[in-house]
Write a protein that binds this ligand. Structure first.
Ligand code: CA
Ligand code: CA
Ligand code: CA
Ligand code: CA
Length: 472
């Protein structure tokens, strides 16, 4: 039998090797490297000369969320929240990480490089009274000059989900806001600060029998869009559905897409985009987040039919997809830590690694999908991870070949929800290789501890006596 020394040497070697693999993952992650370059561009305050992405027509703007440990006071974020503008040549045009979180970003009509965005700032107990609170707001920034103009903001209690994730301009002085805090949609006059209209989700849903926990996070209304006939399309995330509102009568009958817990259609989605009849719709393109796919539904004969889906091996919790005028789709893959553009064949033709993005816009292509055609009219081919041949989507986090297949296998075994929860708490640089290394470290430490414990038990030479009584 090998000596104790040999065993110990074996355990130490395993632990050191797996820790080295982890360290290598952290150091070489392209997500981490991009992040570093972005911050350096920020410091030099004039943009970086070195591209962080391949060239692409038009400026790309990305708003990123940040993932934190447990949300306890004092826990720092592991990826910072950023608003990033990339030049057509792939260099950094704009960088800001002064807010706690960034959400929706929309181009301002009639400008070349000005956007409006939603942000959230956590405010400490001492400044808020009894509890922590959150300032939710809208700001405008000229990405070329860096000039920021505040538009509207309010403080809400607590910091759960940070409360406003999206809004859309109704006109020069009015905004429609998706209000997670109060489970409603409201229109605010940003000049007077008065709320002029609101729709309460309890008009259509019962808090006792639907959605998430009430009142903590019941509907999680995370997206609004002003569509045809002045209707407002609303993403009721925790009810797995998209509803259409008439501002006088409420939910429009027979137009709702999806239903509570019917996860084949939608599973806690983000950022549905409406595609007009004149662009081959009505259709809705959606980040079907917990299903790890982007999906599109086409309105035909009074019902919604699935017309397109896209995912690849790396896709994890996508939260935005915009159909571009060239027929490609710009996808924000949140836990895949990247923004990608896929073509009509479902192939990735452009991508940038960035930690935990919330949404992206390609300036000059229309807000969200307004400049794009429906998948049906374009004849887009669907793509699934299991038969994906577009290996280009995989980078150092999701290597092609064996590691890629193992990754898809693990993802198929672990229910999407748990996988997304795990990815949410793990740092952005952790891909399948690093996850495996972490597992080896933990198991080695555990096995070593058990072995040492058994040796010590034996050396005490206290005989174990087990009395087995047979019950009649
Ligand atoms: Ca947007
Ligand atoms: Ca918006
Ligand atoms: Ca979108
Ligand atoms: Ca978008």
């Amino acid at each position: 039998m090998p000596s104790k020394k040999l065993y110990r040497f074996g355990f130490v070697s395993l632990i050191v090797l797996s820790l080295l693999a982890l360290a290598n993952g952290a150091a070489s992650s392209s997500v981490g490297q991009t992040d570093k370059q972005l911050r350096q561009a920020n410091i030099s305050d004039g943009g970086s000369e070195k591209p962080v992405a391949d060239p692409r027509n038009g400026i790309t703007v990305v708003a990123t969320d940040s993932n934190t440990w447990t949300g306890k006071a004092g826990d720092g974020p592991r990826s910072r929240a950023e608003l990033v503008g990339l030049n057509p040549n792939g260099t950094v045009l704009y960088y800001n990480d002064s807010h706690t979180r960034y959400w929706d970003v929309d181009q301002v009509n009639g400008t070349r490089a000005t956007v409006e965005y939603f942000y959230a700032d956590h405010i400490s107990k001492s400044k808020c009274g009894q509890e922590v609170c959150t300032r939710n707001g809208i700001e405008r920034v000229n990405l070329s000059t860096g000039e920021v103009t505040p538009i509207f903001s309010r403080v809400t209690p607590g910091k759960h989900s940070t409360r406003w994730h999206d809004g859309d301009r109704l006109n020069d002085t009015r905004y429609v806001v998706a209000d997670i805090a109060q489970d409603r949609v409201f229109v605010v006059n940003t000049t007077t600060g008065l709320v002029e209209w609101s729709w309460d989700a309890q008009q259509a849903f019962d808090p006792q029998t639907s959605g998430g926990p009430y009142p903590e996070d019941w509907t999680h209304i995370n997206d609004v869009e002003v569509v045809q006939n002045d209707r407002i399309m609303v993403s009721v995330r925790n009810h797995d559905q998209v509803v259409f509102l008439d501002r006088e009568t409420g939910v429009v009958k027979n137009w709702t897409l999806g239903s509570d817990d019917n996860h084949d259609v939608l599973y806690e989605q983000h950022n549905p985009d409406y595609i007009n009849a004149s662009n081959g719709g009505p259709a809705v393109l959606i980040g079907d987040s917990e299903n790890n796919r982007v999906v599109e539904y086409q309105r035909e004969n009074g019902s919604w039919n699935q017309s397109w889906t896209w995912q690849d091996a790396r896709t994890q919790w996508p939260r935005d997809a915009d159909r571009l005028p060239n027929g490609n789709t710009l996808i924000t893959d949140s836990n895949g830590n990247r923004v990608v553009e896929v073509n009509d064949q479902g192939k990735v033709v452009w991508s940038v690694d960035i930690a935990f993005p919330y949404e992206a816009e390609r300036l000059g292509t229309g807000d969200e999908s307004t400049g794009g055609q429906s998948a049906k009219s374009l004849g887009l081919g669907s793509e699934e991870a299991s038969n994906s041949e577009s290996g280009g989507q995989v980078n150092d986090n999701q290597k092609e070949g064996i590691a890629g297949s193992i990754w898809v296998g693990i993802k198929n075994l672990v229910p999407g929800r748990y996988m997304n929860a795990l990815m949410y708490v793990l740092p952005a640089w952790m891909g399948p290789t690093e996850l495996a290394a972490l597992l080896v470290t933990v198991l080695s430490v555990l096995a070593w501890a058990i072995t040492e414990w058994r040796w010590s038990e034996r050396s005490l030479s206290v005989p174990w006596t087990i009395n087995v009584e047979r019950k009649q």
